[in-house]
Design a protein around this ligand. Structure first.
Ligand code: C2E
Ligand code: MG
Ligand code: MG
Ligand code: MG
Length: 280
């Protein structure tokens, strides 16, 4: 009886796995085509100085528009890019496209207004990262302070010689480095003093319930205090309401980003956005 159940289980799971594997393979092949077929685009979301409403930066967010599937969510395709290694050419495309577009906006955006680019673990350990960034800055005549790199906690936890030298090289180039999704990763905070960082981005999950959960408010407050004690800026992600802005201002947060100020928009719309946002 047990044997038959086992066999049934086996028969039950195999087609299921095949379907998943086929789906994955199909997505992977489509992604390879996306690189060649002009299906990627960058959208940009404003980052706003909470003191005066000035737009101080834009985060570049990768979009994939497939002929049949339509818009595919980054949460679906970015992990696949990462697993297949396609994130290396895709990430290179993000850097060169983002920097070229930031250069195109020269004179139309405030000089200090930065471009933030997300970096994945595989890109971070890639030997060519620093030379590539140096090259793309030069090719677009972009001052390094206009480029900001967003890393995640897990990438900094691996305290290797390589991590150190990459971060030092990015700093020497004059880039800003921020820690994305802060608070969702590892509990060890030792890396915060090991490396020269510029900003922490408080993860959206703590912002969501900021105004209704004492505990999330306490976490946000602690992150802001910790960051300021370490001379880091604080950016709040996923800000959707005026009362979240108000609370964050109270807590001393520096920069806010989220649908309240604007969803990510195509490059063509960036210069039409106001340079100063209403805070309430
Ligand atoms: P992330 O870097 O933490 O980006 C923030 C995400 O939150 C974006 O989702 C953005 O559209 C969304 N968001 C911003 N404000 C709000 C808000 O007020 N409410 C809600 N509900 N969502 C908000 P998106 O564009 O889907 O990207 C998801 C993730 O995919 C990013 O998270 C990042 O980890 C990754 N990603 C996107 N573009 C790239 C890229 O070029 N390279 C790499 N390596 N990863 C990328
Ligand atoms: Mg910035
Ligand atoms: Mg990010
Ligand atoms: Mg984030």
């Amino acid at each position: 009886q047990a044997k038959r159940d086992g066999r049934n289980l086996f028969h039950f799971y195999v087609p299921e796995m095949n379907a998943r594997a086929r789906q994955r393979l199909m997505l992977e092949q489509a992604l390879r085509g996306a690189m060649a077929g002009d299906e990627f685009a960058l959208h940009y979301q404003p980052q706003v100085d909470i003191a005066n409403g000035q737009v101080v930066g834009f985060e570049a967010l990768l979009r994939w528009n497939h002929d049949d599937m339509g818009q595919v969510a980054p949460s679906t395709f970015v992990p696949l890019l990462e697993e297949t290694g396609l994130i290396i050419p895709a990430g290179q495309w993000v850097f060169s496209t983002g920097c070229r577009q930031r250069h195109d906006w020269d004179g139309m955006l405030p000089e200090q207004c930065s471009l933030s680019v997300n970096l994945s673990p595989r890109q971070f350990i890639d030997k060519n990262l620093v030379p590539q960034i140096r090259q793309v800055l030069e090719a677009n005549a972009l001052p390094p302070y206009q480029l900001e790199i967003e890393l995640t906690e897990s990438m900094l936890m691996a305290d290797t010689e390589h991590t150190r030298s990459v971060l030092r090289a990015l700093k020497d180039l004059g880039l800003k480095v921020s820690v994305d999704d802060f608070g969702t990763g590892y509990s060890s905070l030792a890396y915060l003093k090991q490396f020269a960082l510029d900003a922490l981005k408080i993860d959206k999950q703590f912002i969501d319930s900021l105004t209704c959960s004492q505990k999330d408010a306490a976490i946000a407050r602690s992150i802001i205090q910790l960051a300021h004690n370490l001379d880091l800026q604080v950016v709040a992600e996923g800000v959707e309401t005026a009362s979240q802005v108000e609370t964050l201002r109270h807590l001393g947060c520096d920069v806010v980003q989220g649908f309240y100020f604007g969803k990510p928009v195509p490059a063509s719309e960036v210069i039409r956005l106001p340079h100063e946002m209403a805070l309430h």
